[in-house]
Design a protein around this ligand. Sequence first.
Ligand code: GDP
Ligand code: GDP
Length: 434
Amino acid sequence: MLPVIALVGRPNVGKSTLFNRMTKSRDALVADMPGVTRDRKYGEGQIGEQAYIVIDTGGITGDEQGIDHEMAQQSLQAIEEADVIFFMVDGRAGLMPADSMIAEHLRRTEKRVYLVVNKTDGLDPDIAMSDFHTVGMGEPLPIAAAHNRGVTVLTEECLSSFEDVDMPFDGRDDSVRIAIVGRPNVGKSTLVNRLLGEDRVIVFDEAGTTRDSIYIPYERDGQAYTLIDTAGVRRRKNIKEVVEKFSIIKTLQAIKDANVVVLVIDARQGLSDQDLHMLGFVLETGRALVIALNKWDGMTDEDKKEVKEQIHRRLGFAEFARFHFISALYGSGVGEMYASINEAYESAMAKWATHRLTLLLEDIVADHQPPQVAGRRIKLRYAHQGGSNPPIIVVHGNRTEHLPESYKRYLKNKFIKVLRIHGTPVRFEFKTGE
Ligand code: GDP
Ligand code: GDP
C-alpha cells in the first residue's frame, strides 16, 4: 500500500503548486471527484524507491456555505483517505482565522499532521515562522513550492516513517488476484456475491478502515483466487445494510494489487468520464483487464446497440480486453467471465524463453524486414522477456531508435498473435547495443 498524503489548507496557499511539484511530470491519475469549484486530484510521486499518492483539495475558507461548503467537503474526504496531512499555510499572509479553524479540525484527527509554511521565498525565516508556532501543530516547516525549495526534504521526512511497512499481500501466493472496481452503484457488490457463489465462500472477516479493500480467498474448479472487493460486501452483514463509501484510493490500490482487474460499468448509464479515468489508470498500471457491462437485463435492443456502438467508438484503446455483457442481479453471463479472467491471467503471467522469442523475432523479420534508414538497414538480433503482469518483451538490435512506429506496430501485433496473448497489455522495449 502506498502512503497517502493529503494537502489541506485555505485556497491560494499553494496546494496545487506543491501538488505539481510532488507529482512532477506525472499528471493527476484519477481527477474525477467533482467538486463545485475544483475537483479532488490524485497524483502519484516518487522519491528514491518510495512511491506515494498525493491528494490535492480545493481548500477550506472558514466560511463554509454554498460553494465553500462543497470545497470543504472535498477536503474532509481527503483527510479521511490520507495517512498524513500537509496542513499548508501562507508565510506571506501570516496566520489567518481560517487557518486556526482548520487547525481546530485537524486536531481531532488521529492522522499525522505537518504544518507546512509556504511562500517563504525572500522572507526572513524566523519572522515568517514565528506567527505559526501559536497554531499548536508542531514545528512549522518552511517551503517555497513555486521554487521547489524544501519540498524534497519535507516529503522525505514524512515518508521515512513508512519505509518498513509490510505490503499485506506482497508475500504473494499463487492465487489469481481479481480486483472488482467501478463507480458507485454499478453493481460491484452484487457481482462479488455472484462470482463467489455463497456456498463456496470462505468468509474472510477482516476489520479495516473504509480505505482498505477486503481480500477474499476462495477456490473454483481447482484454481485458487483472491477476490479484492472494493465494495466491501464482506464487511457488511447484508448488502443493503450500509452503502460502503466509494474511495478512489481504495480503487487505485486494489488495481495495483491485482493480477486481473474487472472493471464494472453500468450499461444503462453508458460510459462516464469516471469509467474512462479508471480505465486509464488500469492501462497505466498494465494490469490484465476484463470489462463487465452490467445491468444488461431488461435493456431494449436499441439501447444495447447504442451501448455497443459507444464502446466501439470510445474504448478502442482497450481493445485487448474481453467485454462481457452481464446481469449481476440475475447471474446471466457471470460464469463465463471466469474463462476471460483465467485467460488474461495466463497471458499476463506467461513465461517465454529467450530462445523462443528470438526464433519468433527472426521469423517476423524474415517475413518483413525493417526499412532502411539513411541507407543502412536496422538489424533486430534477439528478444527476451523483461517482466510479467504486464508482459514486457525487450527487442535488441542496432539503431532501433530509428524503427518507425508502423514497423513497431507490425512487430507487436505478430508477437501478440503468435504468443496468443489475450486480456493483458504488452509492453515492448527496443534496445540498441553494438
Ligand atoms: P491553491 O489554491 O492552494 O492550490 O494555491 P495555488 O497553488 O494555486 O497557488 C496560489 C498562488 O500562490 C499562485 O499564484 C502561486 O503562483 C503562488 N505560489 C505558490 N507557491 C508559492 C511560493 O512558494 N512562493 C510564492 N511567492 N508564491 C507561490
Ligand atoms: P455497487 O455500489 O457497485 O456495489 O453496486 P450494488 O451491487 O450495490 O448495486 C447497486 C444497485 O444496482 C442495486 O440496487 C442492485 O440491485 C442493482 N443491480 C446490480 N446489478 C444489477 C443488474 O445486473 N441488473 C439490474 N437490473 N440491477 C442491478
